[in-house]
Ligand binder design. Sequence first.
Ligand SMILES: NC(=O)c1ccc[n+]([C@@H]2O[C@H](COP(=O)([O-])OP(=O)(O)OC[C@H]3O[C@@H](n4cnc5c(N)ncnc54)[C@H](OP(=O)(O)O)[C@@H]3O)[C@@H](O)[C@H]2O)c1
Length: 283
Amino acid sequence: MKPIVLITGCSSGFGMLTALELAATCHVIATVRNKEKERDLFNHCSHQQLNIDIQYCDVTDPESIQKVAEHIETSYKRLDVLINNAGYGLGGYFEDLEDSEIRDLFNTNVFGLQRVTKAVLPLLRQSKSAKIINLSSIAGLTASPCISAYNASKWAVEGFSEALLFELLPFNIDVVLVEPGQFNTKIFSSNLRFAKGMKNPQSPYYSYSQKAMKKLNGMIQKGLADPKKVTQLIVKVVFKKKPKTRYLIGWDAYVRLYLRRLLPFEWYKKIVGALYLKLMHKS
Ligand SMILES: NC(=O)c1ccc[n+]([C@@H]2O[C@H](COP(=O)([O-])OP(=O)(O)OC[C@H]3O[C@@H](n4cnc5c(N)ncnc54)[C@H](OP(=O)(O)O)[C@@H]3O)[C@@H](O)[C@H]2O)c1
């Protein structure tokens, strides 16, 4: 019996690649925000002759989520795997961020993930053994300047997932966190948002923001890792009988987590703080 898998945010990146990769072995319901956003996924499906059920869902819009849940109920009667993938990055120093920018980020990365989860939990309970795979990040386990809001959203995903894991034990629904380092998707290009305040030369952080942008561009130019590695990991987790709770992926994620975990925090703070100040004061 093919597993029935729902994936959010499939117009690009990990979501689209995972949907394509799983299409041969699962019934995939891949959601995109609207008709214009389905083009790339639709073209890939036609090209590779894959059968994917494309539905529309904006995770900030409860009505669109409800429609997807009703569609799954009518067409499949159950759900085996939910992959909460939809999300975006937000750059900017905390003082430069407006309340609305932080709220919008949480509305997608945290509340959106929770809304989708709640809407399909009755369907996951209909499965003999179900899984929720949440796309967190190394940014959910470590923190960096200039992405505090994104860090906070992913730390929230971590805490929520860990609590949910226990709540769902009696129903045989597993909760898994996938925590990538930096991979080459649109999260670092067209989908990356920045605080409006970053462009304000009067901001006390203006020169730091400029340097952070330069660093980000340098990193992108050097080349980011292949997102297919994350997709392959997600596929492995989908079929794993007893998955672990956390899967780290990417060399940068390992380096950052081990430094953060192995060193006493005060040492870590000294080292990372000194590196940060050196970088920010370099002309
Ligand atoms: N790439 C990385 O290095 C990295 C590292 C760690 C974690 N992650 C996480 O991985 C997940 C996928 O990101 P990605 O790297 O594949 O980036 P991506 O290519 O930008 O894909 C993000 C997807 O989320 C969708 N999305 C954004 N807001 C949405 C909303 N309100 N409702 C429904 N869909 C929405 C986007 O749709 P639109 O096209 O409509 O905007 C897009 O399909 C995110 O949760 C991200 O935080 C990525």
